[in-house]
Design a protein around this ligand. Structure first.
Ligand code: GTP
Length: 239
C-alpha cells in the first residue's frame, strides 16, 4: 500500500468536467470514474474535500451579456454547483464511502450548511466532503471558493483538475512547442498570466502558502500518484 505524501487534500473539479462527452449535464461515467479515483486515495488514508463548479448546468456569462443581472446569474450558478455536489455525493456513496455535502447557501432540506468545525470533523472521520454553492457570494469564482476552503480546512495540497496535464508556457492545443512547467511560483504564474486560476484564487493561495497541483483528471491513477508523492505528474505551484 502506498504511503500518502499529503494527509488532507482539496480537489477542485470544474462543472464542465462532469459532462464527459455530453453537451450538457452530468455524465454518470464521469462521476463513477471520479468516485473510483477518490476512493483510491481515501483507501490509503487521505482526507478528501471537493469543490465543484456548475458550468455544465448553468453559465451566467451569455445571459449577463444579454442583460441579466450579474448577482442573479451568479446565484443561479451557485445553485448549479449544489446539483453537481449531490451527484458527486451519490456516486461516492455508491462505491462504499461516506460523503457529506455542505453548502455556502442555506438549503437545509437538501444538505448541510457550511460549518467549518463540522467540516473538519467529517474529514477526520474519513468522510468525503463536497463543498457546494461556492463562497455563497456573487463575484467570486469556484476557483476562489476552492482556494478559500482549502485554506480554511488547512489542506496540505489543493489540486485543480483540468483537461490538460499541467501548466504550459503557451496553449498546447495551438502551439506544438508549448512547454509544460514542472513547477512554478505563484508570482511567476501571476506575472506571466499563465491562466491557472483567477487572481483572487491565486493570491489567496500564495498569501497562505497553499500548495497547488494542476493535473489532468482524466488520466486513471493520476490522483493516487500525486498524493503518493509522484512529482512527475502535473504542475506544482508554490509560493
Ligand atoms: P457526526 O455528528 O460526526 O456523527 O456526523 P453525521 O453527519 O453522521 O451526523 P449528523 O447527525 O449531523 O447527520 C446525519 C445525516 O444528516 C448526515 O447524512 C448529514 O449529512 C445529514 N444532515 C445533517 N445536517 C443536515 C442539514 O442541515 N440538512 C440536511 N439535508 N441534512 C443534514
Amino acid at each position: 500500500m502506498s504511503q500518502p505524501a499529503y494527509q488532507r487534500i482539496l480537489l477542485k473539479l470544474s462543472g464542465e468536467a462532469l459532462m464527459g462527452e455530453q453537451a450538457f449535464g452530468i455524465s454518470p461515467e464521469v462521476t463513477n470514474f471520479l468516485a473510483g479515483e477518490i476512493k483510491a486515495v481515501v483507501d490509503i488514508g487521505v482526507q478528501v474535500a471537493l469543490v465543484v463548479g456548475g458550468g455544465n448546468i448553468f453559465r451566467g456569462e451569455g445571459l449577463a451579456r444579454a442583460g441579466m443581472d450579474r448577482v442573479t446569474g451568479d446565484q443561479m450558478g451557485m445553485l448549479a454547483t449544489v446539483i453537481n455536489a449531490l451527484a458527486l455525493q451519490d456516486a461516492i456513496e455508491r462505491v462504499g464511502m461516506q460523503a457529506r455535502v455542505q453548502s455556502a447557501i442555506r438549503i437545509n432540506e437538501v444538505c448541510e450548511d457550511f460549518i467549518r468545525r463540522k467540516a473538519m470533523r467529517h474529514l477526520e472521520k474519513g468522510r468525503v466532503l463536497v463543498f457546494a454553492a461556492g463562497t455563497g457570494n456573487p463575484f467570486f469564482t469556484t476557483d476562489s471558493a476552492a482556494a478559500l476552503r482549502a485554506v480554511e480546512i488547512e489542506a496540505d495540497l489543493m489540486l485543480k483538475a483540468t483537461k490538460v496535464d499541467g501548466i504550459y508556457n503557451a496553449d498546447p492545443k495551438k502551439d506544438p512547442h508549448a512547454k509544460r512547467y514542472d513547477e512554478v511560483t505563484y508570482d511567476e504564474a501571476l506575472g506571466k498570466r499563465l491562466g491557472v486560476m483567477d487572481q483572487t484564487a491565486m493570491v489567496l493561495c500564495r498569501d497562505h502558502g497553499m500548495k497547488l497541483c494542476v493535473y489532468d483528471m482524466s488520466a486513471p491513477g493520476a490522483l493516487l500518484k500525486i498524493v503518493s508523492g509522484d512529482a512527475s505528474i502535473g504542475t506544482r505551484v508554490n509560493r
